[in-house]
Design a protein around this ligand. Structure first.
Ligand code: AMP
Length: 200
């Protein structure tokens, strides 16, 4: 199979061509059609398998035809390094589309917080967040979750190991009921299966 067989919008396919992506990896081949069909999904995938593109590409494809001025997609990752890495991949793939993304993570200065607040107020299409900082912004009135259509947890097992279970549930409860939820995890211990049963 080739990426061109997946029927992506031309402006997204152009980004893939530019980045030299020709064939989908196994996780991409399985996940992309399910995500395009708006299904909730759990995927067992480790770093290096192409898991980031597996969820980023179908979301960007949907955004080609459904942009609003509200946050459309929330991606949650355990660390700022991973959040930045995901955001950079989105920037590459979305080069020829009109979609915008913004990384939201802790630490930094007051002006970093203000820049994050601005991106949220402007309705970035995708925000890539660490759980604590996302919770901090969600407490304020300017955070409008009403347009969120996709909620993605990356490296979910690592987030649970780091003690983020309650934060994830708090975030989940504040989002619209009608949305697509995707769970990516390197391992499938019972606590991940329990989380999947609750949120998928
Ligand atoms: P990930 O598992 O998402 O961390 O991706 C690992 C690396 O593989 C990243 O540098 C991606 O840019 C690259 N990659 C992912 N999917 C493909 C693909 N289908 N073809 C070529 N490179 C890819």
């Amino acid at each position: 199979m080739k990426f061109s067989d997946l029927g992506f919008e031309p402006q997204l396919q152009e980004g893939l061509d530019m980045m030299g992506f020709d064939k989908p990896t196994p996780v991409q081949e399985q996940a992309i059609p399910a995500i395009l069909a708006n299904k909730d999904m759990i995927a067992c995938a480790q770093t290096g398998t192409g898991k980031t593109a597996a969820f980023v590409l179908p979301i960007l494809n949907k955004l080609c035809s459904s942009q609003t001025k509200k946050i459309n997609t929330i991606i949650v990752a355990p660390t700022r390094e991973l959040a930045l890495q995901i955001d950079r991949q989105i920037e590459g793939f979305s080069y020829f589309t009109n979609s915008s993304s913004f990384p939201i993570y802790g630490g930094g200065t007051g002006s970093d917080f203000d820049a994050q607040k601005k991106a949220i107020q402007n309705g970035a299409d995708i925000i890539v967040c660490t759980p604590g900082r996302l919770m901090a912004h969600m407490k304020f009135k300017y955070f409008d979750p009403s347009g969120v259509k996709h909620f993605i947890l990356d490296e979910a097992d690592r987030m649970l190991d780091m003690g983020f279970h309650d934060d994830i549930m708090d975030i989940f409860k504040k989002l619209p009921k009608e949305k697509q939820t995707l769970l990516f995890s390197a391992t499938m211990p019972p606590k991940i299966r329990d989380l999947a049963k609750t949120i998928l």
